[in-house]
Design a protein around this ligand. Sequence first.
Ligand SMILES: Nc1ncnc2c1ncn2[C@@H]1O[C@H](COP(=O)(O)OP(=O)(O)OP(=O)(O)O)[C@@H](O)[C@H]1O
Length: 761
Amino acid sequence: MHQEQAAEQERLDTVVQKIDQQLLEAREAYAKAHSETRAVESNYIANTSINTVEIDDAMETNAEIQQQRNIVARVTETENIMAKTVDTLTMLRPNPYFGRVDIVEDNLPETLYIGLASLQDDQGDFLIYDWRAPISGVYYNGTLGKVSYPTPNGEQIVDLKKKRQFVISDAKITNMFDTNETVGDEMLQFALGQQNDEVMRNIVATIQKEQNQIIRDTTSDLLVVQGVAGSGKTSAILQRIAFLLFHAREALNSDQIVLFSPNRLFSSYIADVLPSLGERNMRQVTLAEFFSARLQGLTVQTLFDRYEQEQQMIGQASQNIREVLESADIVKFIQNYVDQIRTDELHFVDIYYEDKVFFSAEELANYMATLSVNYSMRERVDMVQKHFLQVLTDRIDRLQDADWVLEELDNLTDQEYQELLGDEDIEETMAAENVDDVISLVAKRYLTKHWQVIDDALYNSFFLDIYEQYVAFLTYMGEQDIDHRDWWEIKRDRFARQLEYHRIDLEDAAPLLFLRDALTGGGTNQAMSYVFVDEMQDYALSQLLYLKHAFPRAKFTVLGDSEQALFRAVETPQALLNKYAQAFVAKRPTLIKLNKAYRSTQEIMNFAKALLPDGEDIMTFTRHGEKPNLIQTTTNDVSTVLTNEVTRLRQKFQTVAILTKTATQSIKVVDALRNYPETVQLLHATDRSRMANVLVMPIYLAKGLEFDAVIGYDVSQENYPDDQATGLLYTLASRAMHALSLVSVGRVSGLITRVNDTLEK
Ligand SMILES: Nc1ncnc2c1ncn2[C@@H]1O[C@H](COP(=O)(O)OP(=O)(O)OP(=O)(O)O)[C@@H](O)[C@H]1O
């Protein structure tokens, strides 16, 4: 192997030389393109400052500006391409590839090297294949022998003779292994044994077979991934996004992909993965942010707020009503409601312009009353919208020569005037017989711009008072459900009260938006191609269905772990899967289960598994560490115990996180650690990054994250009294990569004592 390593190093040196040479050329080309862009741009700026007072001058300037803009766009594109090439080569240089496969295809032997991006020599031969290329699939999927990979003409079979993995650092091979497995264990041991970074790393060198299935799926319209804690779900979807971007370069860009993530901390935790693969990040949003954006001006309760507010207990009535509002049936209930609303039951609001009523609710309602009830409610709302848009256009036409408008035009700066004239209408302006026509045109544009807000309000059907309508809907639900009428009334009153503070409960967001969209026909984004939902177990079915409705053309990848349910009771994976497949009415649904946990040591996972009713199904990657450490203490001693435990763990590990059940307990822990010498960072739901090595946060904020060592704070019977808390404890334990300690103030929770044998004696 020694000689072989020398030979491989020699080959690597040649590749690195090639990279250096291409890098030199690319940098030169980039510098040239860059200075060309600057020259064109400064020329463009000089030209746009031409006198624009006289109409004729303005027209000439417009034609030139357009031409200049095109030139700027072209040179900028060349510059961007060169910049990307420089970036890719720079990324490849220290670590050009991580894998090699020797294959025999149609009797021809071939050796391929696989890395983060493709590299070709001057003859066009591939020195490195991109890990996402079809042929690279054999590296991830096949054991030695006959394997296949997709080609435009169907599956191609090849004979896989050798599979080799490299650990390369700074262009030197530090280790290499030949393996028959998908991706050998040595490499994975090496990757998983490392200490935690603040940000997630890409896993392309060691993607496992089942993960590869998720990454390379291009056919499913609904891909549901149920994966145990630490099985690489998040990793797999990020590599999947990189894969999709590579394969649909022309048709797909990162703006057409959105990831619903659990919180902002998580967003920044994963933010480096795609850039490390040479790709731009997709959009990221939390569910509450998405809903708040759609309900302008309102704050939608987050899951965390709800959880904190309900620590005391939630009443049975509220619980039952919530179940209805969050069920798939809500879509049907809303449609039934909309189908039976009478004209006079529709709630309108005034449309204002600068503090004055522009269109009154009354005039909108009056117009509505003239429309035949043979049209559906949706059609009539549409007709109201069209009618008032026309009224607005007529008003603009009528007023374009009004004195006050001309006066306001006189007060415009040259630049504002120029902007109104625009540059796409040069011909139209030139054809104008006299200056008056040009002024009328500018006046019309001025008014249109002025009243754009009215246009937008009409366009978005803001003339409907959807909040009042939702109140009416809740009343209607009470009438349908006579036995629980008082429950619905409580809900209705709470909604109205919350609204006064511009807040709504999370459970109302999806039904409210469904109601609005049912009345207006809006709310859909046709441009989104892929929607990813991480931590699916935290979403109610009505919320997932709303996402489906909002992104009708998107393919969905929904992933999570039914057993990490912090906010609901644990459901069996199968039940969850069946529910989604049915509700999404998917044409090509695929379910993938990931049962192997990679994050934590076997000792930590043995404890975590034992907590679950069917935990024995979870397989663990064999990597050893200490058994979890349980410490029982008292209120008086807890400060010393925590300080000592953090000190002990910090001697061995980079990051130590103390995870609590609630935000209030986190504050207590920070106080208890006041004598600990290092910085202790308390994290909140609004935080975007972690700075310290010792972190304190409630478990729900640690969703999706991982730490070298975790201390579970207060695993007492009082804090974790019953089976409802299983999901919490399981999530807590599975955040730890190398070490786990549990601190109980008073009697230890029965959930833990019953799995005593998995703990350190
Ligand atoms: N194939 C792999 N190669 C190397 N590391 C991997 C691989 N798969 C997973 N890991 C590592 O395991 C850890 C867990 O992965 P990830 O966070 O993607 O799992 P998850 O299923 O989303 O976890 P959870 O549901 O618990 O949040 C990460 O550190 C990740 O880098």
